[in-house]
Design a binder for this molecule. Structure first.
Ligand code: Q9C
Ligand code: ZN
Length: 342
């Protein structure tokens, strides 16, 4: 299997996130991608290619133009205030406030276009975000051109980013943009299977009222887990999208016996949809030792995930999302890929 990777992700680093009432170094850090890259070389998964320079264009089908303009300009606006810290929001347009009038100040804009404090912006963030998107689109093109599967080693991840907001370490929704790219280039139906520990709220929001992209999520129950405000089992899609969104929230302590059964059910639903291609939002924060999650998957479980997805017999794009037990995420993420190859 071919991997697409860009070293530009290194620029998105050196920031803090709000955790347990304190600012702590971000869990979503460059070493994550580097461990995975090394592991790919170690097991000989296949060549590692640089992304084709598409720019931000492929995000336009899934994000609003004003949000993408904000992402491009945010660091410039922030530093124009003579600030040298990572840019973070502080006021959000929750119900009761005006969500129809974008503020002019960067302090207002950061909240207007985010869901939480989990997506800080530094000097290298935007170039990393664009390269991460380009990696997903380039890997999608490998699949479009006949590869059975490809791996986009995306960093930063994407599945919490919605049509007009960042959050949860995510800025541009790489998996959603890739799914839209498949649709724009001949695929009639695309299924997104999100196996990250956290509910892919952004992906769900983007496709919620559409029948042409099915979104299936396995995740920690939002009653107790980030992102808290989306991902319940009664969210089935709306209008023409009714029936094409499926959630499998699971409690703390879920192990592979339960999680694997949910994956099996999810794969049956994906198969019944008869998609032309499957996009897997590949998070490995389901691991028992993940520092911010509460499932109990073990390293030998990850190849089983890949094997089950391979049984769908469909062209498959893997897009990297979360996973924070840095020493082990590489073995687990690449375990899914080698399990897929059989
Ligand atoms: N104390 C992804 O896995 N909350 N995002 C972390 C840590 C945010 C996870 C709290 C988790 C976001 C792509
Ligand atoms: Zn996650």
């Amino acid at each position: 299997m071919k991997t697409v990777y860009s070293p530009l992700h290194h620029g998105h680093s050196g920031y803090f996130e709000f955790c347990n009432g304190a600012f702590v170094p971000g869990f979503e850090k460059p070493v994550r991608a580097e461990f995975i890259r090394s592991r790919i070389e170690e097991v000989g998964l296949g060549p590692i290619l640089a992304p084709v320079a598409h720019g931000i264009g492929p995000a336009q089908g899934v994000h609003t133009a004003d949000y993408l303009a904000f992402l491009a300009d945010a660091w410039t606006l922030w530093t124009a205030m003579d600030r040298h810290t990572p840019a973070l929001p502080m006021v959000w347009p929750i119900p009761g406030l005006r969500a129809d009038k974008p503020p002019k100040s960067i302090d207002g804009l950061l909240g207007f276009y985010s869901l939480d404090t989990g997506a800080p912006i530094v000097a290298g963030t935007y170039p990393a975000v664009v390269a991460s998107l380009e990696s997903a689109i380039t890997a999608a093109d490998l699949v479009r051109n006949g590869e059975r599967a490809a791996f986009a080693l995306c960093r930063p991840p994407g599945h919490h980013a919605g049509s007009r907001f960042m959050g949860g370490y995510c800025y541009v929704n790489n998996a959603a943009a890739a799914a839209q790219h498949f649709r724009d280039n001949g695929a009639a139906r695309v299924a997104i299977l999100d196996v990250d520990y956290h509910h892919g709220n952004g992906t769900q929001e983007i496709f919620y009222s559409r029948a042409d992209v099915m979104v299936v999520n396995l995740h920690g129950d939002p009653l107790t887990e980030y992102p808290f405000l989306l991902g319940h089992a009664d969210e089935h899609g709306s209008g023409p999208g009714e029936g094409f969104n499926v959630n499998y929230p699971m409690p703390h302590g879920t192990d592979y016996a339960v999680w694997g059964a949910a994956l099996d059910d999810a794969c049956r639903k994906v198969a019944a949809y008869k998609p032309d291609v499957v996009v897997v939002s590949l998070g490995v924060d389901t691991f028992e030792k993940d520092p911010i999650s509460h499932f109990l998957l073990k390293t030998p479980d990850y190849p089983k995930i890949g094997r089950r997805i391979a049984e769908l017999g469909l062209p498959t794009l893997f897009v990297m999302e979360g996973g924070y037990a840095v020493a082990e995420i590489a073995v687990n993420a690449v375990g899914v890929l080698t399990g897929f190859e059989g």
